[in-house]
Design a binder for this molecule. Structure first.
Ligand SMILES: Cc1cc2nc3c(=O)[nH]c(=O)nc-3n(C[C@H](O)[C@H](O)[C@H](O)COP(=O)(O)OP(=O)(O)OC[C@H]3O[C@@H](n4cnc5c(N)ncnc54)[C@H](O)[C@@H]3O)c2cc1C
Length: 273
C-alpha cells in the first residue's frame, strides 16, 4: 500500500511500497516506518518535538546511505530532517510525516595521536570523542554534556569545559565531508570547497560581533521568522557584505532550500542576489 509523506513545500505525496522496498534494499542501514519495533529507540531532546512522527526514519550506517537517503528524498520531494545527537533545543532534528536521515548509528571516532587529528562520524556524541581522545591524553574542545552531538554542537559554534583555554569547537574544525542537496559528496576545508567551509558553521565567532548591534542585550534569535521582504532587508543589514557571499553559496549547494537551513537566506533572497 502506498504511504502518504509530507513534501518540502507543505503538501503531501504518496510513495509506493515497491519504491520503499527498493530503497530499503539499496542501503546498508535500516528504513523504519511507524509500527516497526525500532522505529523510535530514543526520542529527540526537545519535549515539544516529542510528538512529531516522521513517516520514515533512515538509520544510516555510512556516507553512502546518507547519499541514497538524500537522493530518495529529493526524487520524491520529501520533507527532510537530519538527526545527529538529537539535542536540538528547537527540535530541528525531527519532523512530522517527513523523512528523518538518522545518523545515530554513525558514531565512529578515530584519533591519530601523531597528527593530533580526530576523525568523527556525523552521529557521534561528545562522550564518544572524549573516550577516544583521552586514551592518548588529548582533548577536542566540545560541550559540557556528553550526550550532545558533535556535528550539531560544532555547527552551532560549540563552547564547553576547555573554552577559556582552547576556544570554540568550530575553531578546531579542520575539514568536513558534506553530502549536498544534490547528493554529491564534497570535502570542505580551508583548501577545498573554501566557500562551503566558510558557510558551514551556523554561529561562527565572527557572527557574535556582527549581531551585537542588533541584540537587545537579552535574547538573540537567529531566524527573523518573517517570510516577506522585511526578512531579506533585516538579514542583509545584519550580514552586511557576507549576505551576497552566503546567497551565492546557498544558490550553489542548496538552491531550493532542501535542508531548510540558513533560514534567513531564503530561496527568494538567493534569487535576488
Ligand atoms: C542538554 C543540552 C546541553 C547542551 N550543552 C551545550 C554545551 O555545553 N555547549 C554548546 O555549545 N552547546 C550545548 N548545547 C546546544 C547544542 O550544542 C545544540 O543543541 C546542538 O545543535 C546539538 O547538536 P546535536 O547533534 O545533538 O543535535 P541534533 O538535534 O541532532 O542536530 C542539531 C542541528 O544540527 C543538524 N545536524 C546534526 N548532525 C548533523 C550532521 N551530521 N550533518 C548535518 N547536519 C547535522 C540537525 O539537522 C539540526 O539542524 C546543549 C544542548 C542541550 C539540549
Amino acid at each position: 500500500m502506498p504511504i502518504a509523506i509530507a513534501t518540502v513545500d507543505g503538501g503531501r505525496t504518496s510513495v509506493d511500497e515497491s519504491a520503499l522496498d527498493q530503497f530499503a534494499a539499496s542501503i546498508r542501514g535500516e528504513l523504519l516506518k511507524p509500527g516497526d519495533s525500532r522505529y523510535s529507540e530514543k526520542p529527540v531532546y526537545n519535549a515539544m518535538a516529542a510528538d512529531r512522527r516522521p513517516a520514515l526514519i533512515v538509520r544510516c550506517t555510512g556516507t553512502a546511505d546518507v547519499v541514497d537517503a538524500v537522493k530518495f528524498a529529493r526524487q520524491h520531494n520529501l520533507l527532510v530532517a537530519v538527526r545527529g545527537g538529537g539535542h536540538s533545543v528547537a527540535g530541528h532534528s525531527t519532523c512530522d510525516n517527513g523523512i528523518v536521515i538518522d545518523l545515530t548509528r554513525m558514531r565512529g571516532v578515530e584519533v591519530d595521536p601523531e597528527s593530533r587529528i580526530a576523525r568523527v562520524q556525523g552521529g557521534a556524541l561528545w562522550g564518544d570523542v572524549d573516550r577516544e581522545t583521552q586514551a592518548f591524553g588529548l582533548v577536542v574542545p566540545g560541550g559540557v554534556v556528553s550526550e550532545t552531538g558533535v556535528a550539531g554542537l560544532t555547527l552551532g559554534g560549540g563552547e564547553g569545559w576547555v573554552r577559556r583555554k582552547y576556544g570554540l569547537t568550530i575553531d578546531s574544525l579542520l575539514s568536513a565531508r558534506v553530502v549536498c542537496a544534490d547528493g554529491s559528496v564534497r570535502t570542505a576545508s580551508a583548501k577545498s570547497e573554501v566557500d562551503l567551509f566558510w558557510a558551514l558553521p551556523r554561529a561562527p565567532r565572527r557572527s557574535f560581533n556582527q549581531i551585537a548591534p542588533y541584540s537587545t542585550g537579552t535574547t538573540y534569535t537567529n531566524f527573523t521568522g518573517q517570510a516577506d521582504e522585511s526578512a531579506v532587508t533585516l538579514a542583509s543589514t545584519a550580514y552586511g557584505a557576507n549576505m551576497a557571499r552566503l546567497s551565492v553559496i546557498k544558490a550553489k549547494y542548496d538552491p531550493d532550500n532542501f535542508f531548510r537551513l540558513n533560514a534567513n537566506i531564503s530561496p527568494a533572497a538567493t534569487a535576488r542576489a
